[in-house]
Design a protein around this ligand. Structure first.
Ligand code: FES
Length: 142
């Protein structure tokens, strides 16, 4: 019997003002994307505490996406700039831990970019399939 293909599990922290709405737009526009992602709505990408990302990996998720407003469009002025700085440091830490920094992605996706949201998820799923399961992978429960 053939072994089931690895399906990566992703958690996406999406900004309320842009990328969460973009995910919604993708859904209402019937732009499909893989069902491998669980969305967590946050008020700003700058409010994603690094511990949330590390906890996500500890819980067994294979990838983490943080999606926020484009630079210059953050509703809290510089939240996305802070997110960008944090993600850079987190990527370095994740690399040092041996998880592979490609498992963490930051993307700017506006309200009108439902297609970009769907493409980002497709790309990340493809990339994670190539990387294989996270070394910390457990069964991710609902
Ligand atoms: S409000 Fe969207 S990234 Fe800050």
């Amino acid at each position: 019997m053939a072994e089931a293909e690895f399906e990566p599990q992703i958690v996406a922290f999406t900004c309320n003002w842009c990328s969460y709405a973009a995910a919604d737009l993708a859904g209402t526009s019937r732009v499909s994307y893989p069902p491998n992602v669980r969305l967590i709505r946050v008020m700003c990408s700058g409010m994603v505490d690094p511990i949330f990302v590390l906890k996500s990996f500890e819980k067994g998720f294979d990838g983490v996406l943080i999606a926020g407003c484009h630079i210059g469009d953050c509703h809290y002025i510089s939240g996305n700039i802070k997110a960008e700085e944090r993600i850079g440091k987190l990527k370095s830490l994740i690399h040092t831990l041996g998880l592979g920094d490609e498992r963490l992605r930051l993307e700017w996706i506006s309200t009108a970019e439902g297609g970009k949201f769907a493409e980002t998820i497709k790309e990340l799923v493809g990339q994670l399939k190539q990387l294989g399961p996270s070394p910390l992978r457990k069964e991710v429960r609902a």
